[in-house]
Ligand binder design. Structure first.
Ligand SMILES: [Zn+2]
Length: 446
């Protein structure tokens, strides 16, 4: 057992959470065994700074990290960005993917992220054939997370068609298993292996989008998913809604609901362009809405109705998606700031609500009900934020400072499952590793 005295830590309370001083936490086998505010213990390791629970990144495509700074330069649309993304997708093999994902996950860990939901669809060889181990790419991601020290929920993603009824083409052939039965067969093999590994890896399922899976296959997906975490890209683009209506006569949300895939354990990624009926359906299900504000702004997607969804009963979570930015603090405040731009009014989201989205609800949407709070029995995750950096100095020592002033660079140390996975002074090494991994992905000489 190890005892730490946290100078000031965010603990759960009836209204979401509050900061308390001198919090003694005892950690054993990766979990908190006691949490005591206002303590004065004779012996405990001091941890100075503002301490928050581990942050969950609910939507990641690790390989998109290779696009940062490259795709932002030009004009275009979501669809021209997608062509550049396919260029990276066509290049990766299990070795380069492991290196790129490990470096990307290290960047996440250094930003305070202790759990990632990896929306994984890059399954097969460039010609679409399976690797000798058909789950080699998924295993590379799991190993990458293990080496970076954070938990992973691998959301193995079904992708069968390029558009409504169109066959996969180009890099998309790497995504497709050919049929829903073949996908179930492959992911079942992966799950058998997960069961034998540690308690820091979990398998979830995803449907890429209603574009990518015919409606006739959704019932089979729903049957296999059961109570596993289930994620799906939803209504990120108006064009997707229009095409869905043309193909099926309903919105993507209604289509999922009609096929048993809108449940409490469902996460709807983006949920940007919704009708009032969609919002009511999602809220009524108590589903998660995974917003990715820094990606949505980068791609020009639009601003989703985050507060309406929350008020209807949905639980909001946050993801860095394309990794144009990896900064969960920026994602938290963007939920509020984007609402301000859309409504020309301030004060839609409180800082405790945003911290809840990034911690408890984010973890729950990835299947980790035992993470995201500094509380007895929970996984021992700690994120130490510097309250005296050039950004945070003078901003106060509460949720407002964490959510509206801090940035990823202010994270000093990170503990996941009782183990310090990030220590001060590692940023240079992480940058170097990222530079090498991205250059290798693009085949650039250094
Ligand atoms: Zn995505």
């Amino acid at each position: 057992m190890t005892a730490y005295l946290l100078e000031r830590a965010w603990l759960p309370s009836s209204d979401g959470g509050r900061f308390c001083d001198d919090v003694l936490v005892e950690v054993e086998d990766g979990r908190f065994t006691s949490v005591t505010p206002d303590a004065d213990p004779p012996r405990a390791i001091p941890v100075r700074g503002l301490v928050v629970p581990g942050l969950a990144n609910t939507h990641s495509h690790a390989f998109h990290r290779a696009l940062r700074g490259r795709t932002q330069r030009e004009r275009g649309t979501f669809w021209t960005w997608r062509d550049q993304m396919y260029d990276v997708a066509a290049r990766l093999d299990p070795d380069t993917y492991l290196a790129l994902a490990r470096a990307t996950y290290r960047e996440m860990a250094a930003a305070g992220i202790t759990c990632v939901g990896e929306f994984h669809y890059l399954h097969h060889q460039p010609d679409g054939s399976r690797y000798a181990d058909p789950n080699e790419m998924g295993q590379a991601l799991v190993h990458a997370a293990r080496e970076a020290g954070l938990r992973i929920t691998l959301l193995d993603t079904l992708y069968l068609s390029s558009g409504f009824g169109a066959a996969p083409e180009g890099a998309q052939v790497r995504y497709s298993d050919g049929s829903v039965e073949a996908w179930i067969d492959r992911v079942s093999g992966l799950e058998a292996r997960f069961a034998r590994t540690s308690a820091t890896e979990k398998l979830g399922a995803a449907v890429h989008s209603v574009r990518a899976v015919p409606a006739t296959d959704l019932a089979a997906v729903a049957a296999w998913v059961g109570d596993r975490p289930f994620h799906v890209h939803l209504s990120e683009q108006v064009a997707e809604n229009d095409a869905c209506r043309e193909a099926y006569g309903v919105t993507p949300t209604r289509l999922l609901a009609d096929h048993g895939l809108l449940r409490r354990s469902t996460s709807l990624v983006h949920a940007t362009h919704l009708t009032e009926d969609d919002v009511a359906l999602i809220g009524g299900a108590g589903a998660f809405a995974s917003f990715c504000p820094t990606t949505e702004r980068d791609l020009g997607d639009g601003i989703g109705p985050s507060r309406q969804l929350h008020d209807a009963g949905a639980r909001l979570t946050l993801g860095s998606d394309s990794h144009a930015v990896i900064d969960p603090f920026e994602e938290m405040r963007a939920l509020e700031l984007d609402e301000r731009l859309a409504t020309r009014q301030r004060g839609h989201w409180s800082a405790p609500e945003l911290l809840t989205a990034a911690t408890v609800d984010g973890h729950a949407s990835l299947g980790w009900d035992d993470a995201g709070s500094i509380a007895v029995g929970q996984r021992a995750d700690l994120v130490v934020v510097d309250p005296a950096s050039p950004r945070t100095a003078g901003a106060g020592r509460d949720e407002g400072a964490v959510v509206f002033a801090a940035a990823a660079e202010d994270v000093q140390r990170v503990m996941a499952d009782g183990r310090w996975i990030v220590e001060e002074g590692q940023r240079y090494d992480i940058g170097l590793e990222l530079e090498q991994a991205v250059a290798r992905t693009w085949g650039e000489a250094r």
